[in-house]
Design a protein around this ligand. Structure first.
Ligand SMILES: Cc1cc2nc3c(=O)[nH]c(=O)nc-3n(C[C@H](O)[C@H](O)[C@H](O)COP(=O)(O)O)c2cc1C
Length: 187
């Protein structure tokens, strides 16, 4: 079992802080599970343009392979211009529509505007629904003010919501395994 924590941006560090919190909880609570963090800034990613996977550069191919092979995901995203960053949407566009089917996904996001948690509801969740992911009913949206000037998460309520997200996500991981074991459409 391989849980991939995807940082859906190439700038900033608050989403990395959120993923580190998640990673700590997951490492304590999931046995026989590899938890890996994926930073998109580490890859020279090409734009998805419908060419075959083999025709992309090595970094883009590697990125697609890592994401498609993972069994479960935590996706972290900042809010940019009332939406998700283009680099994260581009990652989704690079994937096979079957790549994340019935796989569990938990979402954490950060923004400078309180109301922009709706970006998760109205924009990110519909994409994950298209992929037929098992998206947890809860997600964590933090505001810039929940962090110290060193970008440490200091808001106790946000920390508690992350703990609760991981608790639910663990059940979705189990549920996904049960569903995938019986998935006759696999492949
Ligand atoms: C180009 C850009 C656009 C942004 N647009 C929004 C926005 O529409 N809504 C919002 O809540 N925050 C917006 N923000 C604020 C970022 O979401 C927020 O500052 C970021 O998550 C902070 O994380 P960081 O310090 O790790 O970069 C924007 C930031 C940038 C750089």
């Amino acid at each position: 079992m391989n849980v991939l924590l995807i940082n859906g941006t190439i700038i900033g560090s608050k989403t990395k802080t959120l993923l580190s919190e998640i990673s700590n909880h997951l490492n304590h609570s999931l046995v026989d599970t590899k938890v890996e963090q994926l930073y998109l800034e580490d890859y020279d990613i090409q734009f998805a343009d419908a060419r075959s996977k083999e025709e992309y550069n090595e970094d883009t191919k590697e990125l697609i392979n890592i994401v498609e092979k993972a069994d479960a995901y935590v996706i972290a995203t900042p809010i940019f211009q009332g939406s998700i960053p283009g680099v994260l949407k581009n990652l989704f566009d690079l994937l096979s529509p079957k790549a994340m089917r019935y796989k569990p996904v938990a979402v954490v996001a950060n923004g400078g505007t309180h109301q922009h948690h709706l970006v998760i509801e109205n924009q990110l969740k519909p994409i994950l629904d298209y992929f037929k992911c098992l998206v947890t009913p809860n997600y964590v949206y933090t505001h810039d003010s929940h962090f110290s000037y060193m970008n440490e998460l200091i808001d106790e309520d946000a920390k508690q919501r992350i703990y609760e997200l991981v608790r639910v996500f663990r059940h979705y991981v189990d549920m996904s395994q049960d569903i995938l074991d019986g998935d006759h459409l696999k492949g």
